[in-house]
Design a protein around this ligand. Structure first.
Ligand SMILES: Nc1ncnc2c1ncn2[C@@H]1O[C@H](COP(=O)(O)OP(=O)(O)OP(=O)(O)O)[C@@H](O)[C@H]1O
Ligand SMILES: [Mg+2]
Length: 458
C-alpha cells in the first residue's frame, strides 16, 4: 500500500483506545481515536478515514446509531464493530448497514482484529481500483473519444445515443479500420448495461469447432480435452453485451446456432443438454457486404434480418475528410500524453497530404501513420518528410497540375507510387500474391520481383 491507511478508533473505554492505537500504529497505520461517537463524527468531518473501528456500546450513542449517522453524513468507507458480548442481532444489523465485520472483544481479539483490518483495507483498495478503472475505461471509450465533426459522424453519434438505450441487436458495417469496435463499445458504455461485461469475440479468428466452444462453452467429456465444464462467452457476457466481430466470417452451420441464440436467448453448451438462458445484448460487425453474401447463399437470410435490426454504417475516412485534422490532433495529443512529449504542430504541407490521401486502411491507418511520424520526427512539428511514403506521394501529386515549381525526383516518385499500389493490391486480396498480381495486370514473377525490391513483407 503506497499511502498509509488512516484508521479512527472510537471507544469510550480509554484502555481499549490506547491498546488499539499502539497496536495498529505498530502495524504501520496512521491512527486517531475518539472517546465518544459525537467526537468521532466531528473528526470524520475534518479528516478522511479509510476505516473506522467502533465499540458497540458507548455512553452517548450505540455503535449501530453511530454507523447510521456516519452513512448519513456521507462516510462511505470501511467500518468494523467491536462487541463485548455475542450480540448476534446488533452484529447482523451492522453488517446489513454495510459494516465490514464485527469482532468479539475476547481475551485475545487483537490477532483477529489485525486480520480483519487488513482484509477490510484490501477490499476497499480493490473497490477503489475497480471504480477507477471503470471511470478510465469510460474516458477512453465513451463517445467523447469517438471523434468526428463531419455531418456523417454527428449523425452516427445521434444514432448511437438512440440505440444505446434499447436492447436491440445492432449490425455495424464499414471498411476495415473505420472504428466498428469503438462504436460497439460506445453503445455498450451508453447503455444501461455499462457496468456489466463487454465481451468482444472475433468470429473470424477461430475454426468452427473452437468458435462454438468459445461462444457456448462445453460440458465435461464433450470432446477429448474437455476435462471440466466450461462457460462460454455468451454466459460470461450475461447481463452485459457481446460483440460478434466479423460475423460475416462464420460458417453456415455456425450461423444456425447464432440464429437460435438471437431468437430464443438460450444456449446449450457443447455436449450438454441443458438449455441455459442468457441475458445479453448482441452487437455484430462485419466489413463484408452481408446482403451480397445472402444473395450468394453464403450468409443465412434469416440471420441477416435478425442481426441487422438496427444497421449502423461507418463511412470510410475518405468520405469525411473534414474529420482528418481533428483525428490527427486527437492522436497526437494521445501520443504526447503517453510518451511525455510536446509534439503539437502539423506543417501545412503535411496536413495537406493527410487530407488528400485515400486512406484505404481508414482511421487505423491514419493512427499508425501518425505514430510512425511521431517516432521519426525529432522536432515538435510533423513535417511531410516523415509521413509514410505512400501517404506523402499519393493523390494530387498524380496529376500534372501538381508538378512542383522546383521540380521533383520522378524516379523516386514512380517507385513510391508503384510500391503503394502493390501494397494496396495485397490488402485488397488479403495478402494473396497471385491475385494481387492479377489485379495489377502483372505476372506473378514481376510482382515478386517488386515485392523484394521494395521490401514488402509477404
Ligand atoms: N472516430 C474515431 N475516433 C477516434 N479513434 C478512432 C475512430 N475510429 C477509429 N478509431 C481508432 O482507429 C483504430 C481502428 O478502430 P477499430 O478497431 O474500432 O476499427 P474496426 O472498424 O473494428 O476495424 P477492423 O475492421 O479492421 O476490425 C482504433 O485504434 C480506434 O481507436
Ligand atoms: Mg474490428
Amino acid at each position: 500500500m503506497t499511502k498509509r491507511a488512516k484508521i479512527l478508533i472510537v471507544d469510550d473505554e480509554r484502555s481499549i483506545r490506547e491498546l488499539l492505537e499502539i497496536f495498529l500504529k505498530k502495524e504501520g497505520f496512521e491512527v486517531k481515536s475518539a472517546p465518544s461517537a459525537l467526537e468521532g463524527l466531528t473528526q470524520v468531518k475534518t479528516s478522511d478515514f479509510d476505516l473506522i473501528i467502533s465499540d458497540i456500546k458507548m455512553a452517548d450513542m450505540s455503535g449501530i446509531d453511530f454507523l447510521r449517522e456516519l452513512r448519513a453524513s456521507g462516510f462511505n468507507d470501511q467500518f468494523i464493530l467491536l462487541t463485548a458480548f455475542a450480540s448476534a442481532e446488533a452484529a447482523i444489523q451492522a453488517l446489513k448497514m454495510g459494516a465490514f465485520d464485527y469482532i468479539l472483544k475476547t481475551e485475545n481479539f487483537m490477532e483477529e482484529l489485525k486480520l480483519v483490518v487488513h482484509k477490510a483495507l484490501e477490499t476497499r483498495r480493490l473497490r477503489e481500483e475497480n471504480t477507477y478503472l471503470k471511470r478510465e475505461f469510460k474516458k477512453v471509450h465513451g463517445m467523447g473519444n469517438l471523434i468526428g465533426k463531419s455531418k456523417k459522424m454527428q449523425e452516427l453519434f445521434k444514432m448511437i445515443e438512440v440505440v444505446s438505450v434499447t436492447n436491440s441487436t445492432v449490425l455495424i458495417t464499414g471498411e476495415s479500420g473505420t472504428g466498428k469496435e469503438l462504436v460497439a463499445k460506445a453503445i455498450h458504455l451508453n447503455s444501461p448495461r455499462a457496468e456489466e461485461a463487454f465481451i468482444s469475440v472475433n468470429c473470424g479468428a477461430f475454426t468452427e469447432t473452437l468458435l462454438e466452444s468459445e461462444l457456448f462453452g462445453y460440458v465435461r467429456g464433450a470432446f477429448t480435452g474437455a476435462t471440466t465444464n466450461k462457460k462460454g462467452l455468451f454466459e460470461v457476457a450475461d447481463k452485459g453485451t457481446i460483440f460478434l466481430d466479423e460475423v460475416g466470417d462464420t460458417s453456415l452451420a455456425m450461423q444456425v446456432k447464432l440464429l437460435r441464440v438471437l431468437q430464443e436467448r438460450m444456449i446449450r453448451r457443447v455436449g450438454g443438454t441443458e438449455e441455459i438462458p442468457v441475458d445479453v445484448r448482441i452487437i455484430a460487425a462485419t466489413n463484408r457486404d452481408l446482403s451480397e453474401m445472402v444473395a450468394e447463399s453464403q450468409f443465412r437470410e434469416d440471420l441477416f434480418y435478425r442481426v441487422s435490426v438496427i444497421p449502423l454504417e461507418l463511412p470510410p475516412l475518405r468520405h469525411r475528410r473534414d474529420d482528418i485534422p481533428l483525428l490527427a490532433d486527437h492522436f497526437l495529443a494521445r501520443l504526447n500524453a503517453s510518451m511525455g512529449r510536446k509534439f503539437d504542430r502539423i506543417s501545412d504541407e503535411a496536413l495537406k497530404k493527410l487530407e488528400t490521401y485515400e486512406w484505404p486502411g481508414n482511421v487505423r491507418e491514419l493512427e499508425n501513420a501518425l505514430e510512425r511520424s511521431f517516432i521519426l520526427e525529432t522536432s515538435n512539428e510533423l513535417s511531410a518528410q516523415h509521413l509514410p511514403e505512400n501517404v506523402s506521394t499519393s493523390s494530387r501529386m498524380r496529376s500534372n497540375a501538381n508538378f512542383p515549381e522546383e521540380g521533383f525526383d520522378l524516379e523516386l516518385y514512380v517507385e513510391n507510387l508503384q510500391k503503394s499500389f502493390l501494397e494496396e493490391a495485397l490488402r485488397r486480396t488479403n495478402g494473396v500474391q497471385v491475385k494481387a498480381a492479377e489485379l495489377l495486370r502483372m505476372s506473378y514473377r514481376s510482382f515478386r520481383h517488386y515485392m523484394q525490391k521494395y521490401n514488402i513483407p509477404s
